[in-house]
Design a protein. Structure first.
Length: 531
């Protein structure tokens, strides 16, 4: 029989389905054997894998909008709004799988007891317990997973060989995790506040030391002009500007207002009363003295600073007290004068006494400025050293004030985070008992077997076709060699051809066994671990 004539000759170039089918059929075992074996392995994996059950709960992270300038928006700690879910997921995943949290859950649930089951109670030591806890932690870590389930929603799932075990672990773990996450958020703010409070103590000591050094230096100076003088090189320019402003107001607007009040009093009662008797009142004298001290201190601070604002507030309270006391005294001294006229008298006396206090503030501030300027002119060396010490005191004071404000802000944010206006994390859906296993996924595993079987079988057939260098038809010989075929001879089946055939068989058998071994590892080892 002529081996080149045992197949029908091709009818010319082009696609020939019958020819491809014959080529495939000649190598059918390369397809059938891997196909059947891979499907068998998929079936064995489905039947032998331990069923895995899952129970899961969902937690919700919620950020309430804040319109306060004092409170910090809790969502800003996660960066941009589109990164909130990603950063929150990473933070929650790290906490859920942390050693501290896992150990706490293991010890609270007593999961290490199962690891100590084979050891007599009398021989159990702390080392045995620690090893059992570590093994239980590794197992629990492999059973727990977290994944995002929507916008601000995160699913915490526990998988195990028993549906009851998975449910109990999930029901216990989920509220513990929520409490731990809340505590971690508060701990971050508390740690920051505690650090700032420790730093505040350090800077307060530095401020006291700087003030002590300044006081000691002032007490040893030859000149007594600066003892108790608040003017220094740091506030000299500001004090001069404020003094000029107060003088301008005193001589201009205040003088005009006083003259207008005097005319109103003359129209009301016919003459201008003498305010001197009112200066004998103890309450008025103490109030005016305190107002003068505050007015003098007020000139050492710039507009808009916190210290000036506090002084203005206190000064306003004293003005109200002064006005009320003057009203009482005028009512006692002029009981027969109508209320409207008494009110005009009270305003005149109040403004007269207030303006007199302003004059004393101007004189005292002017004297202090002159004393300081004379001192700096006479003793430039001591003046430079004094300015340096005063600068140290001012810098330390500013740091203390900044830390006090920051601690107040951190305290408010901490209290807000623990209330309904901060970040909230809560259980959105509690775990449920699920009796349907999630692994092995039979449909997924069977589809993997079918696809892998087809891929391996067809791949081996295609590989065999590409590796086959022999001529299959007379047309192949004529097309390749470019000469006509005038005749064929039968193939001689000798020992050489038999050896070649065996070598080819062993080669393909090795390839098939290697591919099947890889498939077996994938089905029976890799897939169960990934699941």
């Amino acid at each position: 029989m002529d081996p080149f004539q045992d197949e029908e000759q091709s009818q010319g170039p082009g696609f020939n389905p019958k020819s491809l089918l014959r080529i495939f059929w000649r190598r059918k075992w390369l397809f059938l054997i891997p196909f059947v074996v891979c499907l068998s392995m998929a079936y064995v994996a489905i039947k032998t894998m331990t069923p895995i059950y899952a129970s899961s709960g969902v937690v919700l992270i919620k950020f309430n909008s804040m319109n306060s300038r004092l409170l910090e928006d809790p969502s800003r700690r996660y960066g941009r709004p589109r990164d909130i879910d990603k950063m929150a997921y990473l933070e929650m995943d790290m906490m859920l799988t942390s050693v501290e949290f896992m150990e706490k859950v293991v010890r609270e649930m007593g999961l290490q007891e199962a690891e100590l089951a084979g050891i007599p109670d009398s021989t159990i030591t702390d080392a045995h317990v620690d090893r059992a806890v570590r093994r239980a932690m590794r197992k629990l870590n492999a059973m727990v997973r977290i994944k995002q389930d929507g916008i601000r929603l995160f699913r915490i799932e526990v998988r195990g060989p028993s549906p009851q075990q998975a449910y109990q672990l999930a029901a216990f773990l989920l509220p513990r995790f929520v409490d731990e996450y809340r505590a971690s958020q508060a701990a971050t703010s508390t740690s920051t506040r505690d650090f700032l409070e420790n730093q505040l103590e350090v800077y307060r000591r530095s401020l006291l030391e700087a003030e002590r050094t300044l006081t000691d230096y002032q007490s040893t100076m030859a000149s007594a002009a600066l003892l108790g003088n608040p003017i220094n090189g740091l506030n000299l320019s500001l004090a001069q500007d404020n003094l000029q402003s107060v003088r301008t107001r005193y001589s201009g607007q205040d003088a005009n207002e006083l003259a207008e009040f005097a005319r109103s009093v003359r129209r009301a009662i016919g003459s201008v009363p003498d305010p001197e008797p009112y200066n004998q009142d103890t309450i008025l004298r103490s109030t005016i003295a305190e107002m003068e001290d505050l007015g003098l201190s007020l000139q050492l601070f710039a507009e808009g600073t916190a210290s000036r604002t506090d002084l203005d507030t206190r000064l306003g309270q004293l003005r109200v007290r002064l006005s009320n006391r003057i009203d009482e005294l005028v009512a006692q001294n002029m009981p027969n004068v109508p209320y409207v006229q008494r009110n005009v008298v009270s305003q005149y006396i109040y403004f007269t006494m207030f303006r007199a206090g302003t004059k004393r503030v101007i004189d005292k501030l002017d004297r202090q400025i002159r004393d300081f300027r004379e001192f700096t002119a006479r003793q430039p060396g001591q003046s430079a050293r004094l300015a340096e010490l005063q600068d140290d005191v001012a810098s330390a004071g500013e740091l203390v004030q900044s830390l006090e404000k920051e601690i107040t802000r951190q305290t408010m944010n901490l209290e807000a985070s623990q209330s309904e206006i901060g970040m909230q994390i809560k259980v959105h859906r509690s775990p449920r008992l699920n009796g349907v296993p999630v692994e092995p996924n039979k449909m997924k595993l069977m589809m993997m077997g079918v696809v892998l079987s087809l891929g391996i079988g067809l791949g081996l057939v295609v590989l065999a076709i590409f590796l086959d260098r022999s001529f299959q038809t007379v047309e192949d010989i004529e097309r390749t060699l470019g000469v006509p075929v005038i005749g064929t001879i039968p193939m001689i089946q000798d020992d050489h051809f038999e050896r070649k055939k065996k070598v080819r068989f062993l080669r393909w058998a090795t390839i098939i066994l290697g591919i099947l071994a890889v498939s077996a590892v994938g089905f029976l080892v890799v897939y169960p671990r990934l699941s």
